[in-house]
Design a protein around this ligand. Structure first.
Ligand code: CP
Length: 334
């Protein structure tokens, strides 16, 4: 006798249908969040909500990018950004090509522009790019036809990280307006900090930057600078008082020049986010970190894996947010 198994009659997945007004979207490239409007950021959130349904298999895979090739061009190492862009592009049915600069003709002296035009000649439609030079994607954007998504340029910007961070906050807190965020650590070398400052202030959040004076950009937080809702506080306890969001940044030892810190031990003593320090923030404050973490340096293991940490969620939300961005760029016109 034939029995009927669950998998013989699977529940049909919802058909991929995106009924959303995307007219707020203005971008051909995504280079940083300075030129994003709050409406565009909200649109990315609403699309990411839908993309999460594809990720959880409630909805069929989308075919938006079935005729497009997405190239991940990484001149610097990455785990989260590269893999999540790859997953995001596959979920939208794109052809995906991954290029690591150290294994390409870059090692034979090929220039960035030559590499890029070669990729376009091979059919690249959207290029996700990480580069150690601040501004590299901006230079390319002047010359190329493909859409460029900045996956992190030097110390300058990491816009998709900023958007996935904002999305994670919004999922937990609802309205972002008026929330107090503390960005803690190496602000000077932090592209994540810069993009988050733009994104958070666009969404009406209050931002406190906290870290050693030698790792703070000169002029930021001064009266009359570009960010009226950003202040600098060197004392960690004062900074954390009443915070809704505590975003810890990695101490970027690879970008440090000698003399910026007396020692790592001093940094740990003065600026590590510990359970005791976190207690000064609101009891429901979120602990965030873009990764990779130096556990035991900028963040204690107890906090990194504690009940307030949403660090793994940030990574998962990164796929949904990057799907939303690829979806929008895949339909954008120059
Ligand atoms: N947050 C981030 O950019 O991580 P990766 O360097 O692993 O991509």
């Amino acid at each position: 006798m034939k029995t009927t198994r669950q998998e013989d009659n699977p529940v049909p997945l919802a058909k991929p249908e995106i009924v959303l007004d995307t007219s707020a979207w203005r971008h051909y490239h995504v280079l940083d969040l300075d030129d994003f409007t709050a409406e565009e950021i909200e649109l990315v959130f609403r699309l990411a909500d839908i993309m999460k349904k594809v990720m959880s298999h409630e909805m069929e895979k989308l075919t938006t990018l079935k005729d497009k090739t997405v190239v991940n061009l990484f001149y610097e190492s990455s785990t989260r950004t590269r893999v999540s862009f790859e997953a995001a592009a596959i979920n939208l049915s794109a052809t995906v090509v991954n290029i690591t600069a150290s294994a390409s003709s870059v090692t034979k002296g090929e220039s960035l522009l030559d590499t890029f035009t070669t990729l376009e000649a091979l059919g690249a439609d959207i290029v996700v790019m990480r580069h150690s030079q601040s501004g590299a994607p901006y230079t390319l954007a002047r010359y190329v036809k493909a859409n460029i998504l900045n996956g992190g340029d030097g110390r300058h910007a990491h816009p998709t990280q900023g958007l996935l961070d904002l999305y994670t906050m919004q999922l937990h807190k609802g309205n972002l307006k008026g929330l107090k965020a503390v960005i803690l650590g190496d602000i000077l070398h932090g592209r994540v900090a810069r993009s988050n400052i733009w994104g958070m202030t666009k969404m009406g959040m209050q931002v406190t930057l906290c870290g050693p004076p030698t790792l703070m950009p000169i002029g930021i937080g001064n009266q009359g600078d570009a960010f009226p809702n950003v202040k600098v506080e060197f004392d960690i306890d004062a900074a954390l008082d009443g915070a809704d969001i505590v975003m810890v940044l990695r101490l970027q030892r690879e970008r440090q020049q000698g003399g910026l810190l007396p020692s790592i031990r001093d940094y740990v003593q003065l600026y590590q986010l510990t359970e005791q320090r976190l207690a000064r923030a609101k009891p429901d404050a979120l602990v965030m970190h873009p990764g990779p973490m130096n556990e035991g340096i900028e963040i204690s293991p107890a906090v990194a894996h504690g009940p307030q940490a949403v660090i793994d969620e940030q990574v998962t939300n990164g796929v949904a947010v990057r799907m939303a961005l690829l979806y929008l760029l895949g339909r954008s016109e120059k």
